[in-house]
Design a protein around this ligand. Structure first.
Ligand code: KIV
Ligand code: NA
Length: 264
């Protein structure tokens, strides 16, 4: 079957259908998620942590994300592949944002990009959309701004909620095809969802959004620590540790490789 497009995403909201999104950073896991029918895969700048071992998303660059994006695009045939614009690759100007998006699309094969921020990135969103780049917005907890937010905490409580709604509406007005709401109270996320014609994608935002996203290593139980909003659907970390231990034991004991796994 053909690739999912941003038109399919718009159609889903009109039909009132919820959908799942996951992150992906390599070809084999991307293929597994593609086979599972996940319609949208995000090559997130969370790669800074889960792939490259940094403790925030700040250090990751377009150079770092291009090869991961290319691997995800090559590993899939159905999913829409969205790549994050890393910190420092879009804030300076709309021209900078377009140059970075063009690299993720031309070298990485991304079909869309995501960028963090509301009102302040509207000029970037307008320029990208005018150039034919589908843009996913991202408001609420925006990890690239961790140093001004003062940590990874719930956003939009109380008075701040109205500003978040205004930011999301501004992204819609600027032409974004969807918007991620990260770590916001569930009633606010539902309210923003009701006020937008583009789909909202929640992470730590309750069940009132149009879609959901999780970092796959969190969802599958590979991450050592996960936030309250994460549900672990598997214990991949335990399974891998057990596999590595069993392999190690058999190598030391000389029972692997046996006849079955050797050439005569
Ligand atoms: O980088 C990322 O993984 C993300 C999602 C969690 C939305 O931005
Ligand atoms: Na991100």
């Amino acid at each position: 079957s053909r690739r999912v497009t941003v038109r399919d995403i718009a159609e889903a909201k009109r039909r009132g259908e919820r959908w799942p999104m996951l992150t992906a950073y390599d070809a084999l896991t991307a293929r597994v998620f593609d086979d599972a029918g996940i319609p949208v895969l995000l090559v997130g700048d969370s790669a800074a942590m889960v792939v490259y071992g940094h403790d925030s998303t700040i250090p990751v660059t377009v150079d770092d994300l291009v090869p991961l994006t290319a691997a995800v695009a090559r590993g899939t045939s159905r999913a829409l592949v969205v790549a994050d614009l890393p910190f420092g690759s879009f804030q300076a100007s709309p021209e900078q944002a377009l140059a970075s998006a063009a690299r993720l699309m031309k070298e990485g094969g991304a079909h869309a990009v995501k960028l963090e921020g509301g009102h302040r990135v509207a000029p970037q969103v307008e320029t990208l959309v005018a150039a034919g780049v589908p843009v996913m917005g991202h408001v609420g907890l925006t990890p690239q701004s961790v140093n001004t937010l003062g940590g990874y905490r719930v956003q939009g409580r109380g008075e701040e909620g109205a500003r978040l709604l205004a930011d999301a509406k501004e992204l819609e007005r600027a032409g974004a095809f969807s918007v991620v709401l990260e770590c916001v109270p569930k009633d606010l996320a539902a309210d923003i969802t009701a006020h937008l014609t583009i789909p909202t994608i929640g992470i730590g935002a309750g069940s009132g959004t149009d879609a959901q996203v999780l970092v796959w290593q969190d969802m599958a139980g590979l991450s050592p620590r996960v936030a309250k909003f994460v549900k672990e659907y598997a214990k991949i970390g335990d399974a891998l540790r057990d596999a590595a231990s069993a392999y190690a034991e058999e190598v030391v004991a000389g029972t692997f490789p046996d006849e079955e796994h050797s050439y005569a």
